[in-house]
Design a protein around this ligand. Structure first.
Ligand code: ADP
Ligand code: MG
Length: 317
């Protein structure tokens, strides 16, 4: 039965693998000379998604958030394995989940080569593997004093959508409709990650919020940063709610947008913009790195902003 389920829902051609689903192991032949970038992410019902969420959307999102880690590393996606626990064998659910999953997989030519399937509370655990030339991975520990800080796309939308869904923020329905896709259908910035190889001094994807994730770069690079709040790129609909503290928190510390936050030497500004244009994504300069430790957010007049978000532990230092 379980074997049948795997054959029907999770077995596809794997042109990038020597051997895919069906044996005790998959067989992979990495491109000679390349390094493997490997990452796992788990999505739990009740914590990362709710039972009402669309299964196709979940298929999309579970792979997208994993691909986002490859993007943040500047790696080319190659292979994925999927470990999934299901409360029951719901064929309609599995069909929709697989549709969302493989649509995203096809977009980035990543092959599902294996996994595990078991009965249990709905849990989706993915491992992705990508390739990167030696020395060219975008790590968290390379930011230097004087570097610019950049962010791709717009931020805050997914967190605003979640706040709306949880009843923490009132939004007009027409406005909510503009931010909900960011929460359910994030876009991994694979092309941008590749274009930033050899250009960005550090990078991270924003899964837990700009301040926290940039904080990881600062910690690993042993530097500090100043961000200018007014430069943070947000959708016009998000700007319309920025008078609310909840919305400001969403932009600074919300997460789930899966945009890239990265640093690059100030002398490479034009190259960064050209790389972003070639990847078809907007990037915005939001601050700079300095030697003094700590992370400060300033307003357009250079005055430090008080940030409400209490859960943020790097902010006070
Ligand atoms: P084993 O008991 O040897 O681990 P399984 O019955 O767990 O074998 O899995 C059989 C095959 O199906 C293996 O190749 C495994 O990688 C693959 N597989 C199992 N579950 C999944 C899944 N959810 N997605 C993709 N491949 C899977
Ligand atoms: Mg198994």
């Amino acid at each position: 039965m379980e074997f049948d389920l795997i054959a029907r829902h999770f077995t596809r051609a794997t042109p990038g693998a020597v051997l895919g689903v069906g044996d005790d192991c998959a067989l992979l032949a990495p491109t000679p000379g390349m390094q493997l970038a490997v990452s796992s992410d788990m999505l739990l019902e009740g914590r990362h998604f709710s039972p009402q969420d669309s299964p196709a959307g979940l298929g999309h999102k579970s792979l997208a958030v994993n691909l986002s880690d490859l993007a943040a590393m500047g790696a080319t996606p190659r292979w994925a394995t999927l470990a999934i626990a299901l409360p029951d064998e719901n064929d309609a659910w599995l069909t929709a989940f697989a549709r969302g999953f493989f649509r995203m997989a096809d977009m980035h030519a990543i092959d599902l080569v294996g996994g595990d399937t078991t009965r249990g509370a709905l849990t989706i655990s993915l491992t992705v593997m990508g390739e990167v030339p030696p020395g060219q991975a975008l790590r968290r520990d390379g930011a230097q004093a004087g570097d610019d800080i950049w962010v791709s796309g717009v931020i805050g939308s997914a967190a605003l959508a979640l706040a709306y869904r949880q009843g923490r923020l009132f939004m007009e329905q027409i406005d909510a409709a503009k931010v909900l896709p960011a929460l359910y259908l994030p876009t991994p910035r694979i092309e941008l990650g590749l274009a930033l190889r050899g250009l960005a001094s550090s990078a991270i994807d924003i899964s837990d919020g700009l301040l926290g994730d940039l904080g990881h770069i600062l910690e690993r690079s042993r530097v500090g940063a100043t961000l200018e709040f007014s430069t943070l790129p947000t959708l016009p609909v998000v700007q319309a709610y920025l008078h609310e503290a909840v919305a400001r928190d969403c932009v600074l510390a919300g997460g789930d947008d899966y945009e890239l936050c990265f640093t690059a030497p100030a002398c490479r500004r034009n190259a960064v913009l050209a790389a972003a244009a070639s990847a078809g994504v907007a990037v915005t300069r939001i601050g700079h790195i300095h030697a003094e430790p700590g992370l400060t957010v300033i307003d357009a007049n250079g005055q430090p902003l008080h940030v409400d978000k209490t859960g943020y532990d790097h902010f006070a230092t």
